[in-house]
Each structure stands twice: as C-alpha cells, then as structure tokens.
Write a protein that binds this ligand. Structure first.
Ligand code: ADP
Ligand code: MG
Length: 675
C-alpha cells in the first residue's frame, strides 16, 4: 500500500511541494528516503582520545559555566567537567543561551574537537542528562529547500507511525533466516532511527542485499531473455582437428587458457548464442585462445571474424594467424586501407565463404561486408568499441556466437555489474618463464640518465619506447610534444641511432611503416603518443619510458607497460612523474610494486571510484541507494548467485517470490516475456 504524501496528517501542500524537490510523492518514497550518512561518535576513555580529532566524552559538570563576550555578538562559554576523575575544560563559542541549561552536578555528553595537551574540548554538540545509546548516532539526510533535518525526521516519524503496516516484506522468509537479515518493517525504522550501531549495521546489510538482489535479478532475466530469444547455433566442430591444431602450436596451453577454451567451446557447441567476455592480463595468451576458437568454427563449416581497434594490431594478428593456421584455414585482412577493386574482390570472397577467417578493424562492419556463414565473432579490446559497433558485428551473421576480449582486467565487482548479462571467462595466469618487468618511478631531472640507460640497452641489441608528455584535451599539443621530444633525442644521440616517431595524425600507411621499422629493429627508439597502447607486440623492446605517468590510470599504465617484457630478456618500465596529490603518489607506488593486472584494476577502482574506471563516465552504470559496489562486493557476489538460482529454477513463479516479481514487473517488458 502506498498513498500520496498529502494523505498523511500534518502534511499540507507547502511541505509536499518541498518534498517533491526530493522526488518524494508517496508514503513509500519518504520511508525509503534513507540518510546518506550517519555521524557516529563513540565515547572512548580519555587516554585513547586523539589530539585534534572529533571525540565524544561523558562526565559531570563541576562548576556552573562562565560566559564572556568579545567582539560584536561573540561569546565564549566555559565550564569544567569531571571525566574519569579528571577535570576537563569545555569551551563553547557563540552559544550564550546554553549557560542556563548547563548546571553544576549534571551528567553531560560532549562532542567536539579534542585538545590533548590542554585537556580541553571545543564543543560542537552537547546533551545533558543520562544518555541512551542512540544519541551518539545522528542520521544525516540530503535535504532540499528549507526543510530542516529536525523537521524532516519529524515527518518521517509521523509517516512511520501511521503507515508502518504498509511496509511489506519482499524477501522470502528463508533468505532472512539464512542471512540473518532484519524484517523490512523493522529495518526501515532502524535506518531512520537507529537504536544501536549493531542494529543499524544489520538494517543496512538488509537493504544492500535487497538492492543487489533486485539488480542482479534484472540482469539475469535479461540474460535469459537474450538466450532464449535467439535461434540455436550449434557449431559442431571437429574435435580431432582442433586438437591437432593445438598440438601444432609452439607451446602448450596454460591451465588457465585451457579452462577458458573449454568454456568457450562448450558455448559454441550448445544451442545458446554465446555472449561471453574473456578477460586476461596483457600477454596471458588470449590471442592463441581466439585463434583456436575461430579455427573450431571453421571445422564446423562456419566462418570466423576477429575485430580489433587499430590497423597495426589487425596486421599483426593477421600475420600471426596466417602462420599458425597455414594449410588449415584461409585467412584474410580487411582494414580501411583495403580499397577499390581489392576490397570488392575480398568482400565477394567473404560472401562466398572462400575466406574462412577475416581479421580487421571497424572496416569489418561496413554495410558491404556480408558473411555467408558467420559462426563466431570475436571483438578484441572490447572497451575500444561502442555498443552499437559491437552489435553490428553480431548482426552480420545468423546469430553468431560472440566473444569479447579485454586486456584491461575489469575488477570483479564491475564485471558483475556492467557485464552481468554476459558470461565471463578469465585467464589469470601468464605462460611460465616470463621475467617480471622492473618498474621504477623517477623525477624529470633523471631524464639524461634514462637516455644513457636506453643507449646501453640499444648497444645490447634491445629497443625502447618513450611515451611523450600529455597535454590535457589537446591532441594537437600532444603531437607537438612528441615531435619536440623526437628532435631532442635525435640531437642528444647525435644521430648515432635511428629514432622513430609515432602519433595519431600519421596516415595508417605511415604508421605501419614506422611500426614495421620498429618491429624489424631498424628503428631503435620509438617516440610515441599513447597510440601504441593496445596490443602491439615487439618482443625485442625492453624499455618503456612513460612521461607524465601520474596522468594515467593504473590500468592504462599497465597496458603501456605490457608493451615490454614480451620476450625472454629482462625488461624495464620507467615512470617519469611528479604527482602533486596523494592519489597520484599512491598510484606510482602501486605501479612500482604490483605487476598483476587484476590486482591493479582493483586498486584503480578503489582510487578512482566506479564512475571513472573506464576513463570517462560510463553510461548505464547502475546507481544504488544504500549499497556500494566496491565496498559491498561480497554481498554483490552473494546476490548474483542467488539471482542466478532464482532465474534458472523459475522461482519467481512461486508464492514466496511474488513481491520480488511484482517489483521486477514494473521494469519495461521484463516479466511478460518470461511467463
Ligand atoms: P594477449 O593477447 O593476451 O596479450 P598474446 O596472445 O599476444 O597475449 O600472447 C603473448 C605471447 O605469448 C605471444 O607471443 C604468444 O605466442 C605467447 N604465448 C601464448 N600462449 C602461450 C603459452 N601457453 N606458453 C607460452 N607462450 C605463450
Ligand atoms: Mg592481445
């Protein structure tokens, strides 16, 4: 039951108008308008109080306060309080009226800033008389207009008292029991009027779980609808051929690769249309897994497509796929540089299935590219593509299976929330025998020493990248910086070695040329803007220098660092940074100490918060009222498992779940599809 806020006694048009600013229109709205935080001051023994911190102490007033005036209308009230047998001085500014209320012999609780040297408290809040426990917990609401906190709480109390029976339990009783969660009615009351810290903790726990469960149910329902709304695409691949291909590779798969592969192949074989995310750290061997899956599709009589974000990458993958799949499948490269007649011929071959596997950039999703039998579409570095682009690729075939790959490990919590409608495979292991990259954080005045170090490495036959300084929001100045740095290096090395220059304004032919020169070790040092970030593979490069490292997020730094350490030689990553803030410094420290991409991404999330994680504000990120996906990730995991169980077993149809179902049915078109 839910009625207009105007039905509540004592709430008139004027108050209703103010509440409307806070999107409160009905009784349920106000009951669920929870405080956004609670000020909790715990009393502690004097000994444990920290100088300059906000504290709460309890004592007896020793003498009546004395009041002095100074300046215009300014006053100072001071009195002495006995706490644990010690005299503590209390002062209060500009609250002359309190003089009458504070009297010798009274019990008093004081909250304020503690001066440990003078045993003195500057009081911001006081309460005379015996204190009950809840007095130290103050709910803080986000209010609009001239509603005061006091008035708002009075309103809530009124609504609670008159409408408490309208609050219905939506979770099945077994859940409350299993997780020891308080009932909804009691929990709502506690959120507004916490009787104790423990009670508040449990009430919050309840709403965190409730929010996550509803959210996860939604995700799982969408996932189920997606699965069941598509026709079957059973790819009956030939196991012996796939196995023989795996044996032909110059290495054995890691256990993690093997596990991911098994999960993907199982999806491909099933009638469901695969919608899966493959996460793996830089260099964990995702490309090899992709090649095996694409080949599996070919043995099932289908075609495969691999879409990557840059031409450089497309070309690199094309070359390695050709070598790997020699004699097994026909592989073609389709990028923006393939034009005119050549392109026409290629698209004709794709349409006739004369080509088995196409590797390309977004050129792959142009209208003229039609597949005869697209069985598997793989999108590499998926975060580089927009949702629309991803969907177009998917629509190219008759419900092809789709695999997204990313080397930017997405923290588990974010993966669950943003990709909750996908299945996720993880390669959390690097091939053995890799040497850990040594990461150093230095200041800019070390630059010459870095250049000398690079020269030494080059003498040993190795190569280096230097990522040029960044200018915020200015592509043009970034390029200017790269050009300047390029000239600076050429002068410094006195033309002794070949320096390359790479930036976004070069044509793709020019980029390819620079990249090829670097890959073939003609160019020794490559000065570049961040365009080399993704996927580039030059195993002979052992030094990565990053200017303005504090400007990057951890995940991006990790990507850049991943360009080295790809061969057997010891590699180095040098971060040039002079961060001003603590977060920047922390980031440099973490980079120097951590090489695990998943751990970094978790830390990045902690430092930047979910909104910033993907670089720019990610739309479609869910907002929770009580829950916090980073802090409460355990509850999120639990809710996800429960939601999966509920959806898989069709439990929403049963009586215990009818309220959950009711809430979900308010979402556009979710439930009628499932009934
Ligand atoms: P990712 O795409 O995940 O960054 P790649 O697939 O490019 O990683 O693999 C990085 C390098 O490791 C490649 O040179 C690849 O040949 C090699 N590699 C892949 N899997 C293995 C393995 N199981 N054992 C040894 N080397 C491997
Ligand atoms: Mg890769």
């Amino acid at each position: 039951m839910n009625e207009s806020i105007l039905e509540v006694k004592g709430i008139g048009e004027k108050v209703a108008e103010q509440l409307a600013f806070m999107h409160i229109y009905e009784t349920n709205d106000i009951l669920q308008y929870f405080p956004y935080r609670y000020d909790i001051y715990e009393e502690k023994p004097l000994q444990e109080l920290v100088h300059d911190e906000k504290v709460t102490i309890k004592g007896k007033v020793l003498y009546n306060p004395s009041l002095t005036f100074f300046g215009k209308k300014k006053s100072r009230l001071s009195f002495t309080v006995e706490v644990e047998g010690i005299a503590v001085k209390a002062i209060m500014f500009n609250r002359a009226f309190a003089k009458k209320q504070i009297q010798q012999g009274q019990d008093i609780t004081l909250t304020g800033k503690w001066d440990a040297h003078r045993l003195q408290i500057t009081v911001s809040k006081y309460k005379t008389g015996k204190m009950e426990e809840n007095d130290s917990i103050t709910p803080v609401y986000s209010l609009k207009g001239d509603l005061t906190s006091y008035k708002f709480q009075k309103l809530i109390k009124q609504v609670l008292d008159s409408h408490v029976d309208d609050i219905t339990e939506i979770l099945p009783a077994s859940y409350l029991e299993n997780y020891k969660l308080p009932e909804r009615k009691a929990a709502v009351r506690t959120m507004h009027f916490p009787e104790s810290r423990v009670a508040l903790k449990h009430a919050r726990r309840r709403f965190i779980y409730e929010e996550f469960l509803l959210f996860q149910l939604k995700m799982q329902l969408i996932r189920k609808i997606n699965r069941e709304s598509t026709k079957g695409n059973e790819q009956d691949y030939q196991v012996n051929k796939v196995e023989s291909f795996i044996t032909s590779l110059p290495f054995t798969l890691t256990d993690a690769q093997q596990k991911a592969l098994t999960e993907i192949l199982k999806d491909m074989k099933s009638a469901y249309r695969m919608n899966r995310l493959l996460q793996g750290d830089v260099g964990s061997g995702k490309t090899a897994v992709a090649a095996i899956c694409l080949y599996a599709a070919v043995t099932a009589g289908k075609q495969g497509a691999l879409m990557v974000p840059t031409e450089i990458l497309a070309e690199q993958h094309f070359q390695s796929f050709q070598t790997m799949l020699e004699g097994r499948a026909d592989v073609a490269l389709l990028t923006g540089s393939v034009k005119g007649k050549k392109r026409k011929e290629l698209t004709r071959q794709i349409e006739n299935q004369e080509i088995d596997i196409v590797i390309g950039t977004h050129a792959l999703i142009q209208e003229d590219v039609l597949f005869k039998a697209l069985g598997l579409a793989i999108v590499d570095e998926q975060h580089r593509f927009g949702v629309a682009q991803r969907r177009t690729l998917r629509d190219k075939g008759l419900d092809p299976d789709v695999l997204f790959m990313t080397a930017t490990p997405i923290p588990r919590t974010l993966a669950i929330t943003t990709f909750g409608d996908m299945d996720v495979s993880i390669i959390n292991q690097l091939p053995s025998g890799r040497k850990e990259i040594e990461t150093l954080w230095v200041k800019e005045n070390m630059f010459e020493r870095i250049l000398d170090f690079i020269q030494e490495r080059v003498k040993q036959g190795e190569q280096a990248y230097i990522i040029s300084p960044l200018i915020e929001e200015s592509d043009k100045l970034d390029i200017q910086n790269a050009v300047d740095l390029y000239h600076q290096l050429t002068a410094y090395y006195d033309n002794e070695m070949e320096i390359g220059l790479m930036h976004g304004r070069l044509s793709s032919a020019e980029k390819d040329e620079v990249m090829r020169d670097f890959a073939d070790n003609r160019v020794k040092v490559l000065v570049s803007t961040t365009v080399v970030e993704v996927g580039v593979n030059v195993p002979n490069a052992t030094v990565m220098v990053i200017y303005d490292a504090e400007r990057f997020g951890l995940s991006q730094l990790h990507q850049l660092r991943g360009r080295v350490g790809r061969g057997s030689k010891q590699s180095y990553c040098i971060l040039i940074a002079e961060p001003k803030g603590e977060v920047g410094k922390e980031r440099m420290r973490i980079m120097s100490e951590t090489s695990d991409g998943f751990e970094l991404s978790e830390q990045d999330l902690q430092l930047r918060g979910p909104g910033d994680f993907f670089g720019r504000k990610q739309s479609g990120m869910p907002e929770f009222k009580v829950a916090d996906m980073v802090h409460d990730y355990r509850a999120l995991e639990t809710a996800r498992q429960d939601a999966q169980h509920i959806v898989e077993n069709n439990l929403l149809q049963s009586e215990d779940y009818k309220y959950l179902k009711e809430i979900l049915s308010e979402e556009e078109g979710l439930l009628e599809k499932l009934d």
